[in-house]
Design a protein around this ligand. Structure first.
Ligand code: GLN
Length: 475
């Protein structure tokens, strides 16, 4: 069987009886096996995927299948699915089984998607290379010596290597967009509050957002349409109606006003080939009659520190629940209450997670709260209002997704700050809560994929997806 590149193509092949759904599931299961070395999946739900294929095939035959019938999808290992294991890539939750399903999983299943397995990720979604996972790093399919990006590394590589058609990830500061860029696929982080976080293992709750990783814009649009929208279980979800994103893609784009951040191009860590490809893309837009202008964003140097102070503070609070009593791993050396906490947490968490819990606790502590946490909140609000000001004057902000292509496994592990700086272009959208998408921008001279990012107005997913569709055709 040839690999299918979109949900629509699969559905038309199923409709015309060209393929059977069980054959498609078999095809992906075989590919997953052949590419086990990539370490993208933590667990594959083989038998139940085959069973689901039979049930959904019958629905297709009688004509009452859901809108996602034919979609074989993988989910990041921090998305809860009833009676399935979920570990957030951590030893502390190894072998933990979820007692309920997240809203996004419920909505996928209600439309007859087949969930084929759970995907490797950085521990508690903290990282940009998938190297902090308890289950080991994920390898980039373009070059196995390189990282997948993170934290949704397994989600990006699964789409890149064709192990399933699409995946869900989560994006707190770039975790959908950055691995998508490293793997040459499409990664969408919607507006904060567009998709329910119910059943998503929390990292930093005022940033966390579910996102999609796909081969194309149509599939992102359809998936978003289905998983987005009001949810009684998450009061931070907006009640704004979900638009018909897929249908909207056929609309004319018209001439747009697009801003790029002057400071992003003078950023010292920016790879010359990425800069060149980025400038070329801007030129293409200008040739097509769009206005592309530099704007000054003097906060660029502050986005990474602000993001890390706030997310570590939120993480230190969110991860307090892993105490050896309520959830997951309990140390066999525990003899009393205090050492149950200490030993279970010391054994269960990895280095990066411990670092963030300690720093987060520090920035929230009485003597330092004002100097760090309260200050970072103020800077966040400046970043948000400046971003909104730019987006009131322009339709989109355009940025490279990452300052470098995928780096080698193991090289950025000595100094955590070096890795944090890799998030320089993705955290702005997260701090501001606006939607952002990473699109493939070709490969560099050694064949590594590059990504370009568009930021849109709050709840402007329709315009963002529509323009992305057009943009992918012209670059
Ligand atoms: N790299 C960022 C971090 O480590 C982003 C992670 C994410 O979006 N989950 O926090």
């Amino acid at each position: 069987m040839e690999a299918f590149s979109s949900i629509a193509k699969i559905q038309s092949a199923l409709q015309s009886n060209q393929i059977k759904l069980v054959e498609l599931v078999d095809f992906y299961l075989k590919r997953i096996k052949e590419h086990q070395n990539l370490n993208a999946f933590i667990e594959v739900f083989s038998e139940e995927a085959i069973r689901a294929a039979d049930v959904i095939q019958q629905k297709i035959t009688v004509g009452n299948a859901g809108r996602l019938a034919g979609l074989v999808i993988g989910i990041k290992d921090n998305i809860c699915y009833l009676d399935h294991k979920v570990s957030a890539g951590s030893k502390i939750l190894d072998n933990y089984t979820s007692p309920y399903s997240s809203t996004v999983v419920e909505r996928l299943l209600a439309e007859d998607a087949i969930i084929i397995g759970r995907l490797n990720c950085d521990e508690f979604a903290m990282g940009a290379s998938n190297e902090s996972s308890y289950y080991g790093p994920v390898k980039n399919h373009a070059d196995n010596t390189r990282v997948s990006g993170g934290s949704s590394g397994g989600s990006a590589v699964a789409v890149q290597a064709g192990l399933c058609l699409a995946t869900l990830g989560t994006d707190t500061g770039g975790s959908v967009r950055q691995p998508a860029a490293f793997c040459g696929v499409v990664g969408l982080k919607p507006t904060y509050g567009r998709i329910s976080r119910y059943g998503i293992i929390a990292y930093a709750s005022s940033f966390d957002q579910v996102g999609t990783i796909t081969n194309n814009i149509e599939d992102s649009a359809l998936l978003l349409e289905i998983i987005a929208g009001k949810d009684d279980y998450d009061s931070t979800v907006s009640s704004l109606p979900v638009q018909n994103y897929l249908k909207g893609l056929k609309a004319e784009t018209g001439k747009k006003r697009i801003a790029f951040l002057a400071e992003s191009l003078s950023s010292s860590g920016l790879d010359p080939e990425i800069k060149e490809a980025f400038l070329k893309s801007i030129k293409r837009l200008e040739e097509e009659g769009h206005v592309v202008e530099p704007v000054s964003f003097k906060y660029l140097d502050y986005v990474v520190p602000t993001y890390y102070i706030l997310t570590m503070a939120e993480a230190s609070s969110n991860l307090a629940r892993y105490d050896g009593i309520h959830y997951g791993h309990r140390s066999t050396l525990a003899t009393n209450l205090e050492n149950t906490y200490k030993k279970s947490r010391s054994e269960g968490f990895g280095v990066e997670v411990k670092r963030r819990i300690m720093l987060g606790t520090f920035v929230l502590s009485a003597g330092y709260y004002d100097a760090y946490y309260a200050k970072a909140q103020k800077v966040r609000s400046l970043i948000r209002s400046k971003t909104e000001e730019i987006l009131s004057d322009y339709d989109f902000i355009i940025l490279p997704t990452t300052p470098t292509p995928a780096f080698e496994v193991g090289v950025k592990n000595d100094d955590p700050v070096v890795k944090y700086l890799a998030d320089i272009f993705t955290v702005q959208a997260s701090l501001a809560g606006v939607p952002a998408i990473s699109l493939p921008m070709g490969n560099n001279s050694t064949g590594l994929p590059l990504g370009i990012q568009l930021l849109g107005k709050r709840f402007g997913e329709s315009e963002l997806l529509n323009f992305s569709q057009y943009f992918m055709e012209i670059i």
